[in-house]
Design a protein around this ligand. Sequence first.
Ligand code: FEO
Length: 171
Amino acid sequence: MLHDKMAKALNDQMNWELYSSYIYLAMASHFEQINLKGCAHWMRVQTMEEVTHFKRFYDFVTARGARVVLSEIKAPPSEWKSPLDAFEDALKHEQEVTRRIHRMADLSLELKDHATSSLLKWFIDEQVEEEASADEVIQNLKLNQDAPSGIYLIDKELGARAFTVPPDVTV
Ligand code: FEO
């Protein structure tokens, strides 16, 4: 059985993962409006990734015999000043996700909940990748800030991002 405190933290994180998905969907729509289809595609893929993160928590909480309690998802922003501004926001958001995951990992250790610690280990590693991939786009955008042809190429590259549902996540 999950400790009540752990179940509450995992449920809060599920809300946060869906909020993440919501933010990236808002960014995708923003990019579609300004005709950066590759950036929009990258964000749509990110939206799907966040849903799979949500599902990992959902399946885990269910397997541990606790109830998934869904709560209201706050509205994300809808506009950004530039592609760089949006990706910088994405990175800030991921850094906040990392802080939350680490706080949960601390709680799982405090409660000697080794099963939750093991789940969170996956997320700790994932967050390194999540922050790195947003930062990589930021660095490329900074290098090409005054070069429209560079932005065009970055957009093309981001449009090639692939997504497949991980085999260990149920749909
Ligand atoms: Fe689910 Fe991008 O962290």
